[in-house]
Design a protein around this ligand. Structure first.
Ligand SMILES: Cc1ncc(COP(=O)(O)O)c(C=O)c1O
Length: 459
């Protein structure tokens, strides 16, 4: 199928007709950017959207299409696009300077807010991204325990550095993806989620495991739900084996509750990783946790203990512009019930979309917790009722990717054609500024898309 030619799908044709500007930019981008993009999850055929502006729950592509944003800046926009306090703080700091190669009052205040909100945060070290945060968290864990390996779960995503690159979309046998040394892969134990007996067996058999790292709600913030009782059992088990528990709160932190999953699930980590909401939509991350673990980054403490310090420079660590945005964001988290508002929007969205599925007689479900929702497209044809669907009752295998690529592509593009930009075909993320109008827009878009899918024989 030529990318610019008409297809026999009315959905894809409508997408192409609506997005000629994105098509032109994509053709140009292909000359310089692999696949014409800068982040894998923005890739879609025939071409991705290129956007140029956002306001609140909405964004505009280069063709002037107004889209309901359910991608949420990859999870960073807890307050939607351009929240005034964050914008003002960012601009003001740009005027004052964006880099001093020195500490700033901002980073001190930013860290204090993290400490105030996040249960395990006795100490905080800022990084430039979530990937850098998980990279440092596992290094800290190895240094603290003197052990070499980490244990993580199938499909849980922790950024793209070597130790995290495989076992996410494939390579569940632990073999490395291209460019990752086998020696690194050998230092990682991969297990299916929700199987506490398997974790216990692994920890008992291998005393070289330094840490268990996981996304506390499950892969992709609950796309494959991780049971809270298993999370609690994991806390006990890791403690019993002297293994550190690292909660990757890059998405859940400051989103599902001010104190992230640690607060929402009532479990305290040894270390947690933060990014996204942390920096108010600007680049930034952090690793936070027990003081005695983060001491390995401290010049004096390392010298006192006669240990070699972990080196950690980083030009953009605690960048003042990100710090200014982050402080404004975290104040809204602390003082304005931003998490509660986003969570209630998520609940209302799931209910509205499930009502559409039920009314249209489509045997799918919309599930998720807090401000997330996911489409269960039911490739195995399970007998389910969208209004009574319980994702925790199904085994992780039930959430294996739907092999019907054309259905998923058209689900995604159909929603865009009807004015909604979802998180690909997987679902979406709500913010504190998604209200009734936005939920009605999404419900109408889903209804129209389902009807179009049915007309094309995809349902
Ligand atoms: C759970 C989780 N951890 C880590 C990362 C990596 O963060 P970043 O994209 O800032 O490197 C992500 C990014 O989506 C994530 O979702």
């Amino acid at each position: 199928m030529p990318d610019t030619g008409l297809t026999n799908s009315a959905i894809i044709n409508a997408y192409m007709a609506r997005t000629p500007g994105s098509a032109a930019l994509h053709r140009r981008a292909l000359a310089s950017l692999p696949s014409g993009i800068a982040h894998d999850s923005r890739w879609v055929k025939p071409w991705p959207l290129y956007c140029e502006r956002g306001a609140g729950a909405w964004k505009w592509d280069v063709d002037g299409n107004r889209l309901l944003d359910l991608f949420g800046g990859h999870g960073s926009h807890l307050l939607g696009h351009c929240p005034p306090a964050v914008v003002e703080a960012t601009i003001e700091q740009m005027r004052r300077g964006s880099q001093f190669a020195a500490g700033t009052p901002l980073e001190v205040e930013w860290a204090a807010l993290v400490q105030e909100l996040v249960p395990c945060a006795e100490r905080v070290r800022f990084t430039a991204s979530g990937t850098e945060a998980t990279h440092m968290a596992v290094r800290l864990a190895r240094a603290f325990t003197g052990r070499r390996k980490i244990l993580r779960f199938h499909r849980h995503y922790h950024g793209w550095h070597d130790a995290m690159a495989f076992g996410v979309d494939g390579h569940f046998d632990g073999t490395p993806t291209p460019g990752v040394p086998e020696a690194v892969a050998e230092g990682v134990r991969l297990l299916p989620p929700n199987d506490i007996a398997a974790v216990e067996a692994a920890l008992a058999a291998d005393r070289d495991i330094a840490a268990v790292i996981l996304e506390p709600l499950g892969a992709t913030s609950g796309l494959v739900p991780f049971r809270p009782d298993v999370l609690h059992a994991l806390r006990e088990l890791t403690r019993a084996y002297g293994v550190l528990l690292i909660l990757d709160e890059v998405v859940t932190g400051f989103r599902i509750a001010p104190g992230g999953a640690q607060q929402a699930r009532g479990v305290e980590a040894d270390l947690c990783t933060l990014a996204k909401v942390l920096a108010g939509g600007m680049p930034g991350g952090a690793v936070a946790g027990r003081a005695e673990i983060l001491e390995a980054l401290d010049f004096e403490a390392s010298a006192r203990k006669g240990r070699e310090k972990i080196k950690h420079p980083g030009t953009y660590n605690a960048n003042p512009v990100s710090a200014a945005a982050g402080i404004a964001m975290l104040r809204a988290v602390r003082d304005e019930d931003a998490c509660g508002r986003a969570n209630r929007a998520g609940e209302a969205m799931r209910a509205a979309l499930n009502a559409v599925l039920a009314e249209e007689g489509v045997p799918w479900a919309v599930y998720g917790e807090f401000s997330f929702f996911f489409f269960f497209t039911n490739p195995q044809g399970l007998a389910i009722d969208p209004l009574r669907f319980d994702a925790f009752a199904l085994p992780p295998e039930a959430f294996a990717p739907d092999p019907r690529k054309s259905l998923l592509q058209k689900l995604h593009l159909g929603l865009v054609v009807h004015g909604v930009d979802p998180m690909g075909h997987r679902g979406g993320i709500l913010s504190a500024v998604h209200g009734e109008e936005e939920i009605a827009t999404a419900a109408a878009a889903l209804r129209a898309t389902l009807r179009a899918l049915r007309a094309e024989g995809e349902l």
